[in-house]
Design a protein around this ligand. Sequence first.
Ligand SMILES: C[S@@+](CC[C@H](N)C(=O)[O-])C[C@H]1O[C@@H](n2cnc3c(N)ncnc32)[C@H](O)[C@@H]1O
Length: 203
Amino acid sequence: MTSSIYASERYWNERYLKHNASSSKSSQNEKEEWFMGYDRLKATLDVHLTLEPSSSRGLFLGSGLSLLPFDMVADNFFEGEVWAVDFSQVCIEQCNAMVEEKGLQNLHFEHLDVRRMDKFSPGFFRNIIDKATLDTLFNYEDSESVNLMLAEVYRLLCTNGVYFVLSYSDDRATALGNFGWSVSQHALVRGKATYHLYVMNKK
Ligand SMILES: C[S@@+](CC[C@H](N)C(=O)[O-])C[C@H]1O[C@@H](n2cnc3c(N)ncnc32)[C@H](O)[C@@H]1O
């Protein structure tokens, strides 16, 4: 068992309910965008994500209220269907309402735990995007959640698929290196902050 608040669905539900009550939809999402949004990430994503027409299915892990899935789908970044998963039912409901409002038919939000994504078959995704969610699981107090999540990501990624992680930490390569993909690490400086980008390519 873990006592970290970040491992608690209830913590995230309450946080998202509070934001919903206190702000308009667009400003609420801006406040809940971790690290940076699509405007600042686009060039980096263009360089590191491999996309092949008709097979570029995408998955966002622990998507929260980030606008990244909405912006990337609206920008036609993916050719195929896109899923975003989170274990907060509240955030999934809010994101589903936004999908309807924006009419984005190939974007699907699912209430799922990233440690168990049985809904999807092996090799289903070419691109898996993770912004601050691996960091969140590192903040759980148990030692196995990170490995459970990474094993699921490895299972779901197709050959030549890319797993893209944006983290606040420069110390994720060891955990990521336990799987059969290549790992490259890059620093991403934004103003006074340095973030760390990990790109895994499954061969
Ligand atoms: C730090 S926030 C990042 C949100 C979003 N990726 C962003 O960049 O703005 C972490 C998100 O992961 C979700 N989360 C935490 N543990 C999870 C788990 N085991 N399965 C699915 N989602 C989880 C939380 O509900 C939260 O929305």
